[in-house]
Each structure stands twice: as C-alpha cells, then as structure tokens.
Design a protein around this ligand. Structure first.
Ligand code: HEC
Length: 607
C-alpha cells in the first residue's frame, strides 16, 4: 500500500503533531466539504464592477444650459437673435448641402478600426495570434482582459511589461493608434471564436513520460505538507515546504492561473487551469510538468477526481464543459445549454463531489445545476418524456459523462456542499440563499441570509454540540454562522468590512477572515474565536495594501496569509500565539494550497 506508507512517512516527518491530530484516514473522513471560488475568480466575479470603474456617467453640470426667454428683450439683443437665426439657417443649409459628411464621420471611425486591425496584424499577431486567441502572449479578448483596466492595458502596450517578452510600442505607434488598438482588443470578436474538439486534441503537449519518472519525491520535505503558492505577479508557482517554511522550488505557470490547483493521486499530481484555457498536469514528486492541453478560450476553473483519472473544465468561452482523462486526452465536450437547448450558458465553476463520483457544475446563464458522473457504472439518465417505463423507449442517455440536471428558479452562482454531498447551499447573483438536494434534484429550502452571502467561503466546525457553517458576505461586514441541521442563523459576527475568504483548521480554535471587499479595511485580517464566536484579534498591514487568504499548515500549527501585492509576501503566523514568525517575499501570492488540507478536505478550508 504505497499510499498508506506514504501517509505514515508524512506523519513522522511532521515535527509537532498535536494531541488532537487524528491519524490519516483518507479523503472521505471529513463530514463537510466546501466549494469555493478561488482568488482570481473572486475578483472577476464579484469585485470587478467595484474595482474597475471604467465608465463614469457625465456629471449633471455637463448638461446644456436652458434656452433664454425671448420676452422683454432689448433691441440690441433682438438684433443678435435675428443674426443668430440667420446664422443657424446658414449652418442648416451648409449641413444639408454636405449631407455626405455623415458617412465621412462613420468612415473616420471605421478607418480607425481598420487601422487598429492592421497595426494589430503587423505588431501583435505574431505573439497574440492572428485571431487574438493567444500564442506566446495571452489571448486579447474582452472576456480574458476583464480583470485588466483599459488604462492599465494602454500602459502595457505603450511601455511593455518589464522582464517579459511584451515590449513597449510607445515609439512605434502614435498615441491615437495605441488608443484605437486598445479599444479594439476590448471589442468582442463576432461571431464568438470557437474551440472545437479538434483544436483541443491538436493543442496537447506531452512534456514528460510519468511512467519513466520515479514514484517517490525527489526532495526531503513531507510531500503532504507542501504548499503550492500561485504568484500572479509574474505567473509563477512556488513550492513551499510547510515544515521548514521555505521555498524548495519555483516554476513558471501559464499566464494567469484561474481557480485553485487540484491535487490527485495522493498528492503526487496537481492540475492547474489558466484564464486562457490551458490545463497543466504537474508531477509534484518530480517537480516536472507532465502534459498540457488547451481546453477552452476563457476558462473559470477545473475539478479533478481524487484518483486523477477524470478532469472537468468550466469554460466561459466557448459555452462548454470539457472532460479529460488523467493524461489530458479529450474524453468529451459537453455543449452547455438549458434542457430545451434554446439558451446556451457559460459555466461558472465545477467541483468534485467525491462520495458521489461526480462533478457538480454551476451554470451562469441558465437556472440549472449539473451533475456529471465519472463512474462508468452510473445509472442512466431519463432524457425526456417517458411514455412507457417498462420499454424505456429511447428516453435514456448513459449516466457516465452526461449531465443530470437540477432545475432551479435562479442560476446559482456560488455554493457549499453539506455533510455527505447530498445537498448544496447556494446563493444566486441577487444573494438569495437556497438549499438544493442533489438526489431529489430540486430546491428544498430557502436560507435566511442577507446581503450577498459568499457561501463558497464556508467552513464548518462543531460548536456546542451542533455542526455549524460560517461564511463571509460580499456586501455586508459580517461573518454569518448557520446551524447546518436547522439552517438557522446562530450568530452574525460583525467584521471590519465585507470579506471574501474565511479559513480555519480542525486543530485551531481560530478562524481568519479578511475584509478585502472594503477599500478601507482590506489591509486588516481579523481572527475569530470559534468557541465564543467573537473577533478576538486583528492583524494589520499598511492601509491600502491587501492582506487576505489564509491557509494552515497540515497540523494546523501555522497560518499563512497573503500580502496580496506585486512586492508582496507570505506572512506566517503562529496559530496559537498569533505572532508573526516569518515573512517570505512573493510576487502577488493570490492563493496557497496545502496538499494535506486539500486532499483530506480539511474542514477549515475550501476545495
Ligand atoms: C514578442 C511577443 C509579443 C508581441 C509582439 C506583443 N506582445 Fe503583448 N504580450 C506578450 C507577452 C508574453 C505578454 C504577457 C506578459 C506577462 O507575463 O505579463 C503580453 C501581454 C500583453 C498584454 C497584457 C495582457 C494581460 O492579460 O495582462 C496586453 C494588453 C498586450 N500584451 C497587448 C499587445 C499589443 C496590443 C501588441 C501589439 C501592439 C502586443 N501585445 C505585442 C507578448 C507580445
């Protein structure tokens, strides 16, 4: 039993396993699991409108003044009015004569457009692709650029990005050409670009032969107490030894990883998805990229079955859910639309539901939740009107790798799995909380929550004999604690500001919450006592900087937080004394993921 042995080795190497640290019992031992939107999704999903005020309304003062009254006017004024009328008539005459001026103005706009297109092909296409789908450089489509302000993009195109292949074009192109070019890359491609099965297959790259690589770690550190730190600042991933709290390896990732990396096969392999649809399989024991494939054009996240044999990818562009095998070969592309096939939909996110042997997908544009079984022996799915139950006339589709739909009244944007994964607690975009039973395939209850609950941030623990779940709120400055059985709100804990992540560990009495949705308090991390349900401590950085996203070490003895800046760091806190014990410089560490906590579905973290 390789895996068992490996788990034991890991436990031996952990220096201070606490009394409460249970022996490992495999991924299924936890009672509650959560699905969470990960950092990068966070920003594009919820914060984008607040953080990116691209368009401002014209202030009222810009309105034209009211026309003056013509009564009781002095003679001179009357003469002026007559003159003005003559002038207006003249202007009207001129403008009528040159009626072709209008097409000319349109011509100017389309000239700017075609010159933007031409300068794109001349200067940019070699790296960003003739169709803007990406190449050496990332895709330049509005969907993909949604997190980059236009002004920022202009700066990048003018001045370049230091230490990357993106050079500045401030010398080669005039200011208006640059502006037209940037306007154009923020304009949707019509018709929407396609990414077909053949494109997916053709994109696959095999980098290493896993069978030829040693089946044991090439390093000394406990492979189950590693952290992967996603550094968005320069698109790298750091591998951190969670015992010695030191980086043992760092490697370049695809541009803009999206969603959390997903560990499989006892932590040996990890799968990443990038904003532009690239999926990477990485061998964490050998510190090597195994294979890559491009599964879409604009991607939200991926999910992996625990054995690493099935991978699901949630796409915004095209409207597909892509299923791959563990070697990143294409199994199937599911076109995503409602039951009637009338409305297609983006896929918000996909998660693994281990005990159900399935993936659960949240759809953005149609009110359905999908469950896709990766069990080859899954029951068939009734596909429409069934006239004769006994004869089952062509009304069933295979259960394996096909969607089982739950119809809802609102699309669910964000959710949390309960206990045995039979239910999910979700919130719609309007913030309406509801409980959906995945076996009954329907909504079974409403949740009494205010504001915009972020159920994806939910964590659970035992509190005074009850199992509770707590989550942040994207609009209200509070952490809401719910009794999982009665679904009543047990406590509303006031915080500094609306927060995104809430994290704890079974061995810790504390939960950490950020206020990153609040410009004023995003530098404050608050510590909640899970017994008293009160904020008992604050950790602060300089105002204006963001401190967020905590993950504990395997045994819960340290909490690692992100100073979420380009010249940022991981801040390591002693989880008992709350003292900062170490600061490890990082380039915008947007997320960190502990192998053990993820593969055992630790109750204090998201998945
Ligand atoms: C030699 C290759 C190359 C050429 C030519 C090039 N780029 Fe880039 N571009 C890149 C790379 C690589 C990046 C990613 C840099 C990084 O790591 O952040 C990039 C990034 C960008 C970004 C930022 C995208 C993001 O998601 O952060 C924009 C916008 C951009 N390029 C626009 C352009 C435009 C417009 C042109 C033509 C005027 C152009 N680029 C020409 C390679 C290139």
């Amino acid at each position: 039993m390789k895996q068992t042995k490996q788990l034991e080795t890991g436990a031996e190497r952990t220096p201070d396993v606490r009394a409460g640290d249970k022996p490992p019992a495999g991924p299924a031992r936890r009672s509650s699991r959560q699905a969470a939107y990960e950092p990068d999704e966070a920003l594009s999903n919820y914060a984008a409108p607040a953080l990116e005020p691209w368009e401002e309304e014209a202030p009222p003062s810009a309105r034209p003044p009211a026309a003056p009254s013509s009564t009781l006017m002095p003679k001179a004024a009357k003469r002026m009015v007559i003159l003005a009328i003559v002038w207006l008539v003249f202007l009207l005459f001129v403008s009528l004569k040159s009626a072709h001026a209008a097409p000319e103005a349109g011509g100017a706009a389309s000239a700017a457009l075609s010159s933007a297109k031409a300068s794109y092909q001349l200067h940019c296409a070699a790296c960003h692709g003739t169709d803007r789908l990406g190449g050496i450089g990332p895709a330049l489509l509005p969907e993909n650029l949604s997190r980059l302000r236009k002004g920022e993009a202009l700066k990048v195109v003018r001045d370049g990005r230091p230490a990357t292949q993106m050079a500045g074009f401030g010398q080669a192109l005039a200011a208006d050409q640059l502006a037209a070019l940037v306007d154009w890359i923020y304009t949707p491609v019509v018709p929407a670009p396609v990414w077909r099965e053949a494109d997916i297959r053709a994109s696959r790259i095999q980098h290493a032969e896993p069978a030829k690589l040693p089946a044991r770690p090439v390093f000394e550190a406990d492979p189950l107490n590693l952290f992967l730190v996603v550094e968005a600042g320069d698109h790298h991933v750091s591998v951190l030894d969670g015992d010695r709290l030191e980086v043992i390896h760092r490697f370049p990732s695809r541009h803009a990883l999206h969603g959390g990396p997903k560990f499989a096969d006892g932590g040996r392999y990890v799968f990443f998805a990038s904003r532009d649809g690239w999926v990477t399989k990485y061998d964490l024991w050998n510190l090597k990229v195994v294979a890559e494939v491009r599964a879409g054009i604009n991607t939200r996240n991926l999910a992996a079955s625990p054995d690493g044999r099935h991978i699901a990818i949630a796409n915004y562009l095209p409207h597909t859910l892509v299923l791959l095998d563990g070697d990143l070969n294409l199994l199937k592309v599911l076109e995503v639309s409602d039951r009637g096939g009338k409305h297609s939909s983006r896929v918000s996110a996909v998660y693994d539901a281990t005990p159900r042997h399935s993936f659960i997908a949240a759809l953005k544009d149609v009110p359905e939740v999908w469950e896709i079984s990766y069990d080859p022996a899954a029951d068939e799915i009734p596909a429409g009107l069934i006239h004769d139950h006994a004869q089952r006339e062509g009304a069933f589709i295979p259960g394996y790798l096909n969607p089982r739909r739950t119809q809802l009244s609102d699309p669910l944007d964000d959710f949390f799995f309960t206990q045995d994964y039979s239910e999910l607690m979700g919130a719609s975009r309007e913030g309406k909380g509801q409980v959906v039973n995945l076996d009954a395939r329907k909504k079974i209850a409403d949740l009494p929550l205010a504001g915009m609950p972020h159920l994806g941030s939910g964590i659970t623990w035992d509190w005074r004999g009850r199992r509770v779940m707590a989550s942040t709120n994207l609009q209200a400055a509070e952490v809401t604690v719910i009794d999982l059985q009665s679904r009543e709100v047990v406590r509303r804990i006031p915080t500094r500001g609306p927060g995104f992540f809430l994290r704890s560990h079974e061995n810790s009495r504390y939960a950490f919450v950020d206020s990153m949705m609040s410009p004023e308090y995003k530098h404050v991390l608050q510590v909640i006592d899970k017994e008293t349900l009160k904020v008992v401590h604050e950790l602060t950085e300089q105002p204006g900087r963001t401190l967020a996203h905590v993950e504990f070490t395997r045994d819960g003895s340290y909490a690692l937080a992100s100073l979420w800046e380009d010249d940022g760091a991981l801040l390591v806190f002693d989880a008992q004394t709350l003292a900062e014990v170490k600061r490890i410089p990082m380039r915008k560490p947007v997320g960190k993921y502990n192998v053990w906590n993820k593969i055992t579905r630790e109750e204090g973290t998201s998945h």
